[in-house]
Design a protein around this ligand. Structure first.
Ligand code: URA
Length: 233
């Protein structure tokens, strides 16, 4: 389907390349060009795929879904004052995109693994709604050996977390070793995995999310990301 046409200055500013005002001088300097070398002005109506910036095709248009391998120590927040942000791992100009890119849910600062981000507000809303049940698998390292009854307790759907009014939905524990297990949950309550293990008298010392629905990190290295097809959701 051919992409719709919008003003060049609007297109480039929405993708974070420059301000609308800067477009005229960037055209003059040959930084912004037409793929067929057609003449351009700030208000020329163009399609996304007709434009080069510094000789390169433009970043993806709005409607992106990003699958990131979140490293430990990075925060899922837009607030610069809080430390290293997951957005720092993306190209710098993506911070200026409009619509804005946000994480789909959050991983704690000290949790690594699969994190999704998008600039699609409707998708974000749908995937973070409590009604949306998608399975997420976490690999947990524990402070103390498992006692043996945790799997049954988590599966029962009766576990109450501190300060909550409803029990956790059934979750599936797979024991890997005395202090190592995976937990599959379909909710996304605040610090849920750490709090579930705390509720059975244990303490999570390391946490990594290995999947979200059918999505996996595969060979994505720590701190790297790839774009995925939003039709997958
Ligand atoms: N549960 C947690 O405790 N932390 C996370 O980051 C995700 C799920």
């Amino acid at each position: 389907m051919p992409s719709s046409k919008i003003r060049l200055d609007k297109l480039l500013s929405s993708l974070g390349y420059c301000s609308r005002k800067e477009v005229a001088s960037l055209i003059k300097d040959g930084v912004i060009t037409h793929t067929l070398n057609l003449p351009l002005k700030s208000d020329t109506k163009v399609a996304h795929d007709e434009i080069f910036f510094e000789g390169e095709p433009l970043d993806p248009p709005a409607g992106m879904v990003i699958l990131m391998h979140k490293p430990l120590g990075y925060i899922c927040s837009h607030d610069d004052g809080e430390g290293r942000l997951v957005y720092d791992l993306l190209p710098e100009r993506w911070r200026r995109r409009d619509p804005k890119i946000s994480t789909i849910g959050r991983l704690d600062k000290e949790t690594s693994g699969l994190l999704l981000l998008t600039d699609d507000g409707a998708l974000l809303h749908r995937l973070t709604s409590p009604k949306h049940k998608v399975s997420k698998v976490y690999e947990a390292t524990l402070d103390r050996p498992l006692k043996g009854d945790e799997g049954e307790i988590f599966a029962a759907g009766t576990l109450m977390l501190n300060g909550e009014k409803t029990a956790c939905l059934p979750a599936k524990l797979t024991v890997i070793g005395p202090t190592h297990a995976t937990l599959e949950i379909i909710e996304g309550r605040y610090h849920q995995v750490r709090r579930m293990f705390a509720a059975v008298g244990n303490h999570v010392t390391a946490l990594h999310r290995s999947s979200f629905g059918d999505l996996e990190l595969k060979d994505l290295k720590i701190g790297e990301y790839r774009l995925i097809n939003k039709e997958l959701f």
